[in-house]
Design a protein around this ligand. Structure first.
Ligand code: NBX
Length: 821
């Protein structure tokens, strides 16, 4: 072991000591879970030294820092990635081998902290990792949900949600920090009174309180001693004896506060790109935002006296509108607690806050009924009213006489508080997450705001961290890359470009495809173990893994599988390259059509996988409980990356980038970041199909699309659709899939039929799929294409994205942390 931090003998001894102290056991008696805990504690000790060193450096240098506020952080497992970033993975693996343990097996003992739904939460995790790796001081601010995203079980083909009790064995990579506790107030009423200077003061009374207690999780940078913190807020009830004198002896109130605290952080809402408008959700938002803003201000005041200069030291980034109440909370603190005038407070707030938009789906736009908002947060609501009043004056100044603009842009309108409008009015920056998405924001969804504040709008194309999605997830490919071009790519992904010169080299091609094959074996073994399905590792692995949503069009994919199956049955002699269609997706618990799509995929799998007459040409696999840890293995094993959203609907996508990095070829629409992926890799190295976003938007505006016409004129499509309702895939209940059929053809359930243009894009999809097959038969051609995808993926590192946020929005100071002694 050359690594100074992990001297082998000492490290082994520490594991033994930890097992003894934690469990009163010897190593031989310890379970794998107990060994995981012991190893993690030992790793945490090293991290804490660096964490302390980071703190010291920050105190000394007083850099500007960002508070990245997000309802979701989908961190994934920590142990493996911490070891990689401490550059100790290999050493620790060897040390464990010496005492008879396999690091991979130990890693599997860690639950995935699933404190997020999908793309938005995983992006926050990648950003935190890049911030640490680049040496930028940052706090992630979020909620320590007792239950993360549900675990998915598939029973009889249906999704069943099981609670995710991720804390049950204790989570070793967190630290309770009660010294940073803050009070958060809900409900009550506001009273105003004039103070001696003649100023009106607003006094909040009759509220309930909870205590926000932070748990810090370390975010380790790659090989630079830097450790930032993710602050995950837990809620605890106010101690009975700490109740206001006024409330002493109020037993009912004490019980209410206890329940409030318990419910607040109980569970993550399992919707992706969809808002339910539940009161508890607004409570969650204000809870973690208030605590985080209070902490930011308190930290600033520890080192500085003049709050007017807050924006020189603090940036607050709002990860979508979910934490937008932060702007009103900051105003409240500056006005009520710091006694500032409105204009001073407003200048500080608008210079500090910035907003990222992640979707144009209308059902994801956050609006809160005034009734709920004003009852729950009376003082904050008052402040938003005043922001709104002033903003409307500005709108009228900008667009004189145009009342329509006020209607469209007001923050409070029609009995609702519109969080996106608040975020845009009160922030210095509005960004989309891919070039196309930002253009759509500017030209369509937020056009009026763009007219009013063109200088605020900017694009930040998403990225992913290569430390997790190549180095950790695909160690064979990482080694191979090192062999050819060295390991600079770990912190500078554009170096992958140097692989391009090997794209025609037959030896390199063979090695590359052999690694892909090894990874396919690894995944096939996982699928055999978890699904009981044998798949052919020589087949094309054609993969769609992401949240289940109609706009992502998993339905298009499975309808196409049904179509292929029909073709093979009709023409058994036809040439067909064996294909394994792999799906993984969770559906929001209340999303009926999404859940039924999961059932359809499983039913189609059942029929096709058990039809011996097709000789295993097609296999369909639904991977249960898709999550970050299995995702890493899936990307590594994929040949084809399905990115088939209705153009204009997927803001960016980030899975698309993870596939590309691992040498899978994109089969997709010109949507989100696919556009930029194609730009980087070249059209000849991707498979693009379907309508453009402009065509989709035009049809939506003209309302001239009629799927029935396609149904009537295309026999193959009609055949597939009829199979949804003739019992072919639901023998005992032929009506089971009727709602899917209806969603494509009838206007009964939805306002329009086939809202996502599945039938419209079907032929073009089938055509490009057959080109994929042809291309795969050309072994060298495919190897070249796959390798070029890896080679040209450099742009999509989150290191690049974060650098752009720093340059254009946050203006942070980099720090350098010396190695702790
Ligand atoms: O954010 C996703 C977009 O759909 C992706 O295109 C994009 O790549 C990703 C990162 O920018 N949005 C997303 O994941 N949204 C949510 O998860 C979400 C969760 C809760 C909610 C609304 C949206 N209430």
């Amino acid at each position: 072991m050359q690594n100074q931090m992990f001297e082998k003998e000492k490290f082994i001894q520490e594991i033994k000591d930890n097992v003894k102290n934690l469990y009163r056991k010897t190593l031989e008696e310890a379970s794998q879970q107990e060994v995981y805990q012991a190893v993690s504690q030992a790793v945490k000790e090293v991290i804490i030294d660096q964490w302390l060193a980071t703190q010291k450096t920050m105190e000394k240098e007083d850099p500007k820092m960002v508070y990245y506020m997000s309802m979701e952080f989908l961190m994934g497992r920590a142990l493996g990635n911490n070891l990689i970033n401490l550059t100790a993975y290999k050493e620790v693996k060897e040390a464990l081998e010496e005492i008879g343990f396999d690091l991979n097996v130990i890693e599997d003992e860690e639950p995935d902290p699933a404190l997020g739904n999908g793309g938005l939460g995983r992006l926050a995790a990648c950003f935190m990792e890049s911030l640490s790796t680049l040496g930028y001081p940052a706090y992630g601010c979020g909620i320590r949900y007792r239950y993360g995203l549900f675990r998915q079980k598939i029973e009889n083909g249906f999704q069943v949600e099981v609670p995710d009790n991720w804390l049950k064995d204790g989570y070793p990579f967190e630290m309770r920090r009660p010294e940073h506790t803050f009070q958060v107030k809900f409900g009550g009423y506001v009273r105003s009174e004039g103070d001696p200077s003649g100023k009106t003061r607003f006094i909040h009374e009759g509220y309930q309180t909870v205590r926000a207690v932070p748990y810090d999780m370390p975010v380790v940078g790659y090989n630079n001693n830097m450790v930032n913190a993710l602050i995950a807020w837990d809620a605890e009830p106010e101690e009975y004896f700490e109740l206001d004198a006024f409330d002493k002896g109020d037993y009912k109130k004490a019980v209410e506060q206890e329940n409030l605290a318990k419910n607040l952080v109980e569970v993550l809402y399992p919707n992706d790109n969809h808002i339910q408008g539940k009161e508890l959700r607004l409570k969650q938002q204000y809870f973690f935002v208030s605590a985080s803003v209070q902490r930011a201000v308190a930290r600033y005041k520890k080192y500085h006296t003049d709050l007017h200069k807050l924006p020189d030291k603090v940036a607050i980034q709002l990860n979508d509108t979910h934490p937008t109440v932060a702007v009103a909370e900051l105003m409240r603190i500056l006005l009520d607690e710091e006694n500032m005038e409105w204009d001073e407070a407003w200048t500080i707030t608008t210079r500090t806050c910035a907003y990222t938009n992640h979707t144009i789906m209308s059902e994801a736009l956050e609006k809160w009924p005034i009734e709920i908002f004003s009852r729950l947060l009376p003082r904050v609501y008052q402040i938003i009213e005043e922001i709104n009043r002033r903003f409307i004056l500005d709108i009228e100044k900008k667009f004189p006489g145009d009342y329509n603009k006020v209607k469209k842009m007001a923050i409070i309108f029609d009995g609702q508080v519109k969080m996106a409008h608040l975020a845009i009015a009160a922030g210095c920056s509005v960004n989309g997450v891919a070039r196309l998405h930002t253009e759509i924001l500017k030209n369509q969804e937020l056009h009026e705001f763009y007219q009013m504040f063109p200088e605020k709008f900017n694009n930040k194309t998403n990225g992913i961290t290569q430390r997790r999605f190549l180095y950790h997830g695909n160690p064979l490919l990482a080694e191979w890359v090192n062999k050819y071009i060295g390991n600079d790519w770990v912190t500078n992904l554009s170096h992958l470009e140097k692989l391009a010169v090997y794209a025609d080299d037959e030896k390199a091609q063979q090695e590359f495809m052999n690694i892909k094959y090894q990874n396919k074996l690894r995944l096939a073994e996982y699928i055999r173990k978890h699904n009981g399905i044998e798949i052919n590792p020589r087949s094309i692995f054609d993969v769609q893994v992401k949240r289940l949503h109609e706009y992502k069009r998993q339905l298009l994919n499975i309808l196409h599988v049904m179509y292929l199956y029909n073709k093979i049955k009709e023409h058994p002699e036809m040439e067909f390259y064996p294909r394994t269609f792999i799906f993984g997706a969770k559906a929001a618990a209340g999303y009926r059509i999404a859940k039924l799509t999961i059932k359809l995929i499983n039913s189609v799998a059942d029929v096709i996988n058990n039809d011996a007459s097709i000789g295993g040409k097609i296999k369909v696999v639904f991977i249960e409980d898709y999550k970050v840890s299995i995702a890493e293995q899936i990307f590594a094993a994929s040949d084809v990356s399905e990115q088939i959203s209705t153009a204009s609907k997927e803001a960016s996508g980030t899975g698309n980038m993870k596939f590309m990095l691992n040498g899978a070829v994109t089969l997709g629409t010109m949507d989100g970041a696919n556009v930029e992926i194609v730009e980087e890799v070249g059209e000849e190295n991707a498979f693009i199909f379907g309508m453009s976003s402009q065509e989709v938007i035009d049809h939506e505006q003209k309302r001239d699309y009629d799927p029935m016409q396609i149904f009537n004129n295309d026999q193959d499509i009609r055949q597939v659709l009829m199979q949804l309702i003739n019992g072919m895939y639901s023998r005992n209940d032929p009506e089971l899939f009727r709602p899917l059929y209806n969603s494509l053809l009838n206007t009964q359930d939805t306002q329009y039929a086939d809202t996502y243009f599945i039938l419209k894009d079907f032929r073009s999809y089938a055509e490009v799929q057959s080109r994929v097959e042809k291309a795969y038969r050309d072994e060298k051609g495919w190897a070249k294409m796959a390798m070029l995808n890896t080679a040209h993926s450099g742009k999509f590192t989150s290191d690049r994205t974060i650098q752009q946020y720093v340059d254009d929005i946050w203006h942070l100071d980099k720090i350098k942390v010396e190695t702790p002694k």
